[in-house]
Design a protein around this ligand. Structure first.
Ligand code: ZN
Length: 150
């Protein structure tokens, strides 16, 4: 399962990446028609809060309409509308650019806090951002676990 989130659901898109799903975000100013075309071409589910997208022919094949408020609420409703597993492959993708992360072998040269230098580090091969399992990741994981249980 792969996703494309519309502009209003960028927060949810980052969480889908955190859960390990290949998730694109709509580009600024992309039209509804372009969004549908992009989703179909890349076999993604288009996640939106915009009723208008349901008016396209065969929209139900591609579009999942969420009537949701904040990210927490959207995450729970998405689970009702799709078979999303919030513990799919947590923290295996870059939250910023969606690229799968790779383990970092040589950690001597990288700029990270000293107390995490000897813990497993992961890097995005595209934007070069480095990830590790710190308190922030722990808190995110707890949220994912909460959504997975609902
Ligand atoms: Zn990246």
């Amino acid at each position: 399962m792969k996703f494309l989130c519309d502009e209003m659901l960028k927060g949810l898109a980052r969480w889908l990446r955190a859960a390990g799903y290949d998730t694109e975000m709509a580009k600024d100013g992309e039209t509804d028609r372009e969004l549908i075309r992009q989703a179909r071409a890349s076999r993604r589910l288009l996640i939106t809060r915009d009723n208008k997208l349901m008016e396209f022919r065969n929209a139900a094949d591609t579009v999942r309409l969420l009537h949701c408020t904040d990210t927490d609420n959207c995450a729970k409703i998405l689970k009702q509308k799709t078979s999303v597993n919030w513990l799919h492959q947590p923290f295996s993708r870059c939250l910023l650019c969606n690229t799968p992360l790779i383990g970092l072998e040589n950690t001597a040269e990288v700029s990270v806090p000293d107390d995490v230098r000897n813990t497993p580090l992961f890097q995005c091969p595209d934007c070069k951002r480095i990830y590790w399992s710190g308190g922030h990741v722990q808190r995110m994981r707890e949220k994912l676990e909460g959504w997975a249980k609902v």
